[in-house]
Design a protein around this ligand. Structure first.
Ligand SMILES: Cc1cc2nc3c(=O)[nH]c(=O)nc-3n(C[C@H](O)[C@H](O)[C@H](O)COP(=O)(O)OP(=O)(O)OC[C@H]3O[C@@H](n4cnc5c(N)ncnc54)[C@H](O)[C@@H]3O)c2cc1C
Ligand SMILES: *[C@@H]1O[C@H](CO)[C@@H](O)[C@H](O)[C@H]1NC(C)=O
Ligand SMILES: *[C@@H]1O[C@H](CO)[C@@H](O)[C@H](O)[C@H]1NC(C)=O
Ligand SMILES: *[C@@H]1O[C@H](CO)[C@@H](O)[C@H](O)[C@H]1NC(C)=O
Ligand SMILES: *[C@@H]1O[C@H](CO)[C@@H](O)[C@H](O)[C@H]1NC(C)=O
Ligand SMILES: *[C@@H]1O[C@H](CO)[C@@H](O)[C@H](O)[C@H]1NC(C)=O
Length: 521
């Protein structure tokens, strides 16, 4: 069950050309003189992967490129980034994208190629010596599931007893659905110039156009399992309930086998990708506007003080609505706005464990290390923003950490919630008192970091996805987020765009050579 159809790990992958034959330029003068100038806006998973794969494909085809990556932040990674507990570089913690799975081929292979150390991100591998169960699912009133350190979700007889065949049916459905998705990595589907067409070709439109609730019901997966297990998973991963999130994203939440993370931060994959592409990386450089000269096909990018011209290829590798760019030239299609989740992430360290009392447990019963939430029986989410009775999506003890100031053993926590976690909420969660001025005492919460993200789209059921090609030489990656929003899918779209761009160049070269030969004959 660990590795099914995908068995080989190909580290450097130049091999998936879709054009019949590969055109290698013979004319050295021509090659050296005129590299294709490519501008990539955004150095997250999508932009880094575009740069990396485009450079590889171009090198394999003998086409010179000059890539420039514009990034408004002072770091590479975008929504994949770390902050450091206690402000100490010894304790980086993921603030955004945290986990990928072994079958996430682009990330997995890149981590391997870059010799980055990955570690298992499964619950059972951490904190086994801390009192309390590893995982609990709380509905705001009681724990509907608790799971000890041993064993995963699939192999406990207890689950089968409680949920009947639902876990097995879910596993089968997950495998069948993810196999369809993985077809998008290879010919004849890859590269795809339309995501809507690709989704249709692999048979996933029926899945993206249903809600998780509908799809699970039609697949005979009982309501109890759906609500208690699957919805806890859609809430922790996407802050969305089954009545509203589409079924493909629901299934993605169940694909957790081989969960891993790059030690000290997943962003390192994207950092290395940019480096390996030989691109010029411009940090702290928001692109504020751009012009397109339709007659020459040249894009000019304005970054405030500066303008950079001569780009014949432009890749917008970020959700356009959150761009520093306010508008696109009229020669291009403007991506439509889609609604994103506002997610409040709170990270903190404390010597305290989660409070039994907060969760209504007896004082001698320790709380689980990770608490996922779901809606109580009979409660439905009237709209897609509903968090419901529990009031938050998840809180988890990430790991034990040593406070560098005191040498004391403490715990690092992460909360996902629809609103900022107040001091009072954190105090109740830990079973501690606020100071007389109503603040968390520094000995109770030794470090705290709050972040508001536009984390991912509300994954509403849909059968149409944003265009990839926005006009001549202009490409867009973030349409894939309405399909599935993960580091891997953004990287897949970046790779796909890289392939499409280089294929177009190869076709142009071929045409020019044809013209040339026709003339000389
Ligand atoms: C809290 C949280 C938890 C998550 N958990 C997971 C997880 O466990 N696993 C997983 O796979 N995914 C997870 N995700 C989702 C994942 O992080 C994203 O899907 C992925 O990182 C998106 O990558 P991207 O490159 O498409 O976009 P981004 O990472 O948003 O990158 C876009 C970049 O473009 C830059 N930019 C925008 N406009 C401009 C401009 N005009 N000029 C210059 N630069 C610009 C931005 O600064 C940004 O760096 C999580 C996300 C969040 C927020
Ligand atoms: C732009 O590119 C063309 C062709 O690559 C080149 O001839 C020209 O000199 C370049 N202009 C600038 C300003 O770099
Ligand atoms: C990047 O530059 C190095 C050194 O010039 C070169 O060896 C390598 O092939 C280049 N990589 C790509 C992908 O073009
Ligand atoms: C490569 O792109 C940079 C902009 O990042 C530009 O300054 C440089 O002139 C380009 N090089 C060539 C050979 O076109
Ligand atoms: C960490 O840095 C922040 C911002 O610079 C500061 O406000 C905070 O007091 C620091 N915390 C610790 C524990 O050093
Ligand atoms: C990969 O990392 C290991 C351990 O950090 C190191 O021993 C090895 O030399 C590295 N290999 C390469 C190819 O960088």
């Amino acid at each position: 069950m660990r590795i099914s159809w995908w068995t080989s790990v190909i580290v450097w992958q130049f091999a998936d050309f879709t054009l019949g034959d590969q055109v290698v330029l013979q004319d050295d003068r021509h090659q050296a003189a005129r590299p294709h100038n490519v501008a990539i806006i955004g150095a997250g998973a999508a932009g880094a992967s575009s740069a990396y794969h485009l450079a590889q494909y171009a090198a394999a085809a003998g086409i010179p490129v000059n890539i420039t990556v514009f990034e408004r932040n002072d770091y590479v990674g975008g929504r994949t980034t770390t902050v450091t507990a206690y402000n100490s570089s010894d304790h980086p913690i993921e603030l955004g994208g945290s986990i990928f799975i072994e079958k996430n081929r682009i990330l997995f292979e890149a981590a391997k190629a870059f010799n980055l150390t990955t570690s298992s991100a499964s619950l059972s591998s951490r904190s086994s010596d801390i009192p309390g169960p590893a995982l609990g699912i709380w509905d705001g009133q009681q724990f509907v599931v608790t799971q000890n350190n041993e064993g995963g979700w699939w192999d406990t007889a207890k689950l089968l007893y409680k949920y009947g065949l639902a876990p097995i049916r879910t596993l089968r459905l997950m495998r069948a659905t993810t196999e369809k998705f993985f077809q998008m990595y290879d010919a004849p589907i890859f590269p795809f110039s339309s995501l809507t067409q690709a989704a249709s070709d692999v048979g996933l439109l029926a899945v993206t156009s249903a809600t998780g609730e509908q799809f699970l019901r039609e697949s005979n997966i009982g309501y109890l399992f759906a609500r208690e297990i699957i919805q806890a998973s859609t809430r922790v991963n996407y802050a969305q309930n089954l009545d509203h999130i589409h079924a493909l994203e629901t299934i993605v939440c169940m694909a957790v086998e081989g969960a891993m993370a790059v030690e000290d931060g997943n962003w390192q994959i994207f950092d290395r990708m940019v480096e390996e592409s030989n691109a010029t990386l411009l940090l702290n450089t928001p692109v504020k506007s751009l012009d397109h000269d339709a007659s020459s096909g040249i894009y000019t990018l304005h970054t405030g003080s500066d303008s950079t011209s001569n780009f014949s290829t432009l890749i917008l590798a970020h959700p356009f609505q959150y761009s520093s760019l306010t508008s696109l030239p009229s020669t291009l299609h403007t991506p439509s706005k889609i609604d994103y989740v506002t997610l409040h992430v709170t990270l903190f360290t404390s010597p305290h464990l989660l409070s039994s009392r907060f969760f209504g447990l007896a004082p001698d019963k320790p709380a689980p290390h990770a608490v996922l939430t779901t809606l109580p029986e009979g409660e439905h989410a009237p709209d897609r923003k509903t968090v419901g009775t529990p009031g938050f999506y998840s809180v988890s003890l990430l790991r034990q950490v040593t406070n560098p100031a005191t040498g004391a053993q403490e715990f690092a926590y992460k909360i996902f919630a629809p609103s900022p976690s107040t001091s009072l909420f954190i105090a109740r969660l830990l079973g501690i008192q606020l100071s007389s001025s109503g603040e968390l005492k520094p000995e109770d919460v030794t470090w705290l970091y709050r972040k508001e993200w536009q984390s991912y789209p509300y994954e509403v059921p849909r059968r149409q996805f944003e265009q990839i090609n926005l006009g001549e030489g202009a490409w867009y990656t973030a349409g894939i987020e309405g399909f599935v929003s993960t580091m891997e899918t953004s990287a897949l779209m970046g790779k796909n765009v890289g392939r499409l761009v280089v294929d177009q160049w190869i076709a142009e070269e071929k045409r020019m050579r044809g013209d040339h030969e026709a003339r000389s004959n």
